[in-house]
Write a protein that binds this ligand. Structure first.
Ligand code: AMP
Length: 147
């Protein structure tokens, strides 16, 4: 089996991110692989509603969330010694964006949590499930405590 060359770490800045991040960093060091990080500002709550309301996309909220996420992503990148050019801050559907960035940048392993914000209390969250099903490369779903 060939060594992994490019590991993409997906973080949602929810609980237990540190466990997922340190697993990705450890694997990158072991395999001497490039490590990159993606965070997706989820646009779904801003464009959909379960209550039958067609909410307009909120530009101010989106800009605010993106600004906060940018700071957190930069901090994590510094901790993991990942250069800015290897960080992706995207907006949209987390599962789609993770798969798109992994494909476009030829990641051969995606490291993510078994469940995060969407899958709280589940064995496997919806983002993890979709990425596992649709990614073209290996996916490591790091088992997180149920809490
Ligand atoms: P979920 O399936 O949404 O509960 O989340 C499982 C894992 O998917 C998380 O632990 C993260 O690794 C990844 N993930 C979920 N949402 C995002 C996001 N917005 N940006 C990047 N990664 C995410």
């Amino acid at each position: 089996m060939e060594n992994y060359k490019h590991i993409l770490l997906a973080v949602d800045f929810f609980e237990n991110d540190a466990i997922v991040s340190s697993r990705a960093k450890d694997l990158a060091d072991r395999y001497q692989a490039a490590l990159s990080i993606i965070h997706v500002v989820d646009s779904l709550p801003m464009t959909h509603s379960d209550y039958g309301l067609d909410l307009p996309f909120n530009l101010d909220l989106a800009a605010e969330l993106t600004a906060v996420a940018r700071v957190r992503l930069a901090k994590l990148a510094e901790q993991l010694q990942v250069s800015e050019s290897k960080t992706w801050l995207e907006m949209g559907s987390p599962k789609q964006e993770i798969i798109r960035i992994a494909t476009e940048n030829e990641a051969d392993l995606i490291v993510m949590g078994s469940h995060g914000r969407h899958g709280f209390g589940l064995l496997l969250g919806s983002t993890a499930n979709a990425v596992l099903h649709h990614a073209k490369c290996d996916v490591l779903a790091v088992r997180l405590p149920d809490d």
